[in-house]
Design a protein around this ligand. Sequence first.
Ligand SMILES: *Cc1c(COP(=O)(O)O)cnc(C)c1O
Length: 389
Amino acid sequence: MQQEAGRAGAVLKIDLSALRNNYSLLRSKLGAAACGAAVKADAYGLGALRVSQTLVEEGCRHLFVAHLEEAIALRPHIDAIADSVAIYVMHGSPVGYEAEFIEHRCIPVLNSAEQILAWRALAVARQTELPAIIQIDTGMSRMGLSDAEVRAWLADPDFIRGIKLQYLMSHLACAEDQQHPMNAQQLALFNSLRAQLPTCGASLANSSGIFLGSDFHFDLVRPGAALYGVAPVAGQANPMQAVAHLQGKIIQTREIAAGTGVGYGLTWCSTQPSRIATVAVGYADGWLRALSNRGVVHIDGIAAPMVGNVSMDTITIDVSHVPHDKLAPGALVDLISVANTVDQVAERAGTIGYEILTSLGMRYQREYSDAYLSASPAAHVATPTETHP
Ligand SMILES: *Cc1c(COP(=O)(O)O)cnc(C)c1O
């Protein structure tokens, strides 16, 4: 019996070696394009600091976050291990916070005429050129300048004054579906708008975009999900390695008679005498309530269905068929594992792997493992398995 979770109700194991392998795999698909990384939302729930440090060690020099706050938190830690790592803020600057980008050496993705003007104004005031990415909307209708706004922008003779334009960027709406006609449409519009601009780099592909082929790679790609093990191509075998492994602790088991209800609302009722185990993970830990009566967990390889509604701090599972000796209080059940991947959990919950990862809770005991640390101990101060309570 395992007793690895200590005081916590569950243990989240994050495999940094798998992260390294995923980064290498993505890079092997690229020609000259640089491989950046989306580390927004705490690197999809896995820890932005550890993930970013690991990727920088692998040679990554372009990190993307959503918010300025995320970039400021990362900056000193990244500076401590490498020079010249760019940290880009995809939402651009919150109005009035442009100067903080300079102070913390973060680069905004400018998404609107207002953001461009504010950035230019700061550059003029400081009598310098300031680096930026400009994002254009090629069909997702979410972020960036529209076709018409790009034309209006280009009509201004001073359009680029003060801006050191590093990349022209856009984002794909349907890249995980390789047959989707939108992929080619967005690519065509991106190429035509690019042709009107002064020479600068270009960046279009997220994880799935990398798998659409070299036409989509340009100078810089921005994968997130695939680095963390989410399948990048719908309907195809997942070439990525799992990074997140989640195990929850059994806190109690009980025998119930036939016809006994389980959990809030008694939404599940036994049809025969049954054994129920209660596991210390709930929707407050990001184990989504949508998994109620749908999810599956594994105990030493034996599948056990989740029965009843997910509670805030617990789930209940039917372990009638699981040998007693595997069910002692403290025993761990696999929630996210090779047998039950992030994508499979997501499918049962009616969502996507991204939401399963970014929902991962703060109450887990988090353990990082990294086989590479023991291989080159001089480069690291951490021990191979480091526990973050
Ligand atoms: C989140 C995000 C990415 C990374 O996308 P994945 O699908 O996780 O690879 C890249 N670019 C933009 C603009 C994003 O918002």
